[in-house]
Design a protein around this ligand. Structure first.
Ligand code: HSE
Length: 382
């Protein structure tokens, strides 16, 4: 029998990407869909390409009785929705599968962070134990593991450090709009000078810098008043007041959790792998990039490491470590909107043969958000 699947938050940025991917992969052919809304219940359900078996009326996303009729709920509605509805729904006796893009339940002992090309054994183990909460990971972590998960699967990582270059999309749709508006404002500021070949570059630079620093709080509202156009911001998410940001903490906590390390419910007593991050917002649109440094537990020949990375999953693309391939294949602009996860700049570092460098790029909205959710539905159907 087809699973009854409730979709909440299908209209937002991640939800819209999810709808596109579910259409493209014909996921709707195999389910009975109910669209929920927290603001427009009672109106007509959306017409989504390929979605033929669905409740024609938008149902109320806060109606626990209606939600209880679902075998699976997938929500991209955000953390506040999860905080409001998850507990009453479970308390009402709902035993279905909850698939969630938000972080609220992510670190619960009985929730699994889903990234099936990397942690299918963890997911299968959890399914066998009756776990029902499946949570999408932090985008940076998911994109990193899609690229270099092979090294973790092989138990080769002694520690890892990542410096991230995170796109505006990680902050949300308004952040992407703000970035482009700022680029436009900066261009407008010096357009006449740029059109004059005799103008002085230092004058152009001075005007751009002055404009960046003069953006009003409205013009830079989405990045806490800091300009992102032509700039970078070396802090993402809350200050943990121990010298790290919440985004940086997630790197270690979530990577270990995804790999099933130190998860007592799943029977792992392994010590967590030390992972440290410096997370930086840059003026890219929707791809997160990362520069990775590993210490490996042993000296593995570079060619073997390259093979392991290249063969790990069908989306990872190994990029030879030379100038032309790196420039052409390892940029946000070329990866954006694709499922590809290029990994390049792979090399042994000057510190010794156990030290490895790499660089990877991933679409924050695809592997970083929507894709693991729809794939979990497929896992539940298998
Ligand atoms: N926290 C991420 C970012 C997005 O700000 O880029 C969500 O995973």
């Amino acid at each position: 029998m087809a699973l009854r699947v409730g979709l909440v938050g299908w209209r937002g940025m991640v939800g819209s990407v999810l709808m596109q991917r579910m259409s493209a992969e014909r996921d709707f052919d195999t389910i009975e869909t109910t669209f929920f809304s927290t603001s427009s219940a009672g109106k007509a359900a959306p017409e989504i390409e390929g979605c033929k078996t669905y409740d024609p009326i938008l149902q109320d996303g806060n109606d626990v009785a209606k939600l209880k009729g679902m075998d699976v709920i997938i929500t991209c509605q955000g953390g506040d929705y999860t905080k409001t509805i998850y507990k009453p729904l479970r308390e009402a006796g709902w035993k279905g599968h909850w698939i969630d893009a938000s972080k609220i339940l992510r670190m619960n002992d009985d929730a699994i962070i889903i990234l099936d090309p990397i942690n299918m054994p963890v997911i299968k183990n959890a399914l066998a134990k009756g776990i029902k909460d499946w949570i999408g990971g932090n985008c940076t972590v998911s994109c990193m593991l899609m690229g270099v998960g092979a090294l973790y699967k092989a138990g080769l990582v002694e520690w890892m450090q990542t410096s991230t270059y995170q796109a505006a999309s990680g902050g949300g749709a308004p952040n992407m709009r703000e970035l482009l508006t700022q680029y436009g404002a900066l261009y407008a500021e010096v357009k006449d000078l740029l059109n004059d070949p005799a103008s002085a570059i230092l004058e152009i630079d001075r005007k751009v810098t002055a404009k960046q620093n003069a953006f009003t709080s409205e013009e830079a509202a989405n990045f806490r008043g800091i300009p992102l156009g032509g700039n970078l911001i070396p802090w993402i998410d809350a200050d943990r007041e121990d010298g790290t940001s919440l985004e940086e903490w997630k790197g270690g906590a979530e990577t270990n959790k995804i790999m099933g390390i130190a998860n007592k419910i799943l029977g792992s007593n392994e010590a967590p792998i030390p992972i440290d991050s410096t997370c930086i917002r840059v003026g890219a649109m929707r791809c997160h990039s990362q520069s990775l440094t590993f210490k490996l537990k042993k000296n593995v020949p570079l060619a073997d490491i390259e093979q392991m990375i290249a063969n790990d999953n069908e989306w990872v693309k190994f990029v030879p470590n030379n100038r032309i391939d790196s420039e052409k294949q390892l940029t946000p602009a070329v990866v954006s909107g694709t499922m590809n996860i290029p990994v390049g700049r792979v090399r042994k570092l000057a510190m010794g043969p156990q030290y490895l460098g790499a660089f990877t790029v991933g679409d924050q909205l695809l592997w970083g958000a929507a894709e693991p959710l729809r794939r979990m539905l497929r896992v539940l159907q298998a």
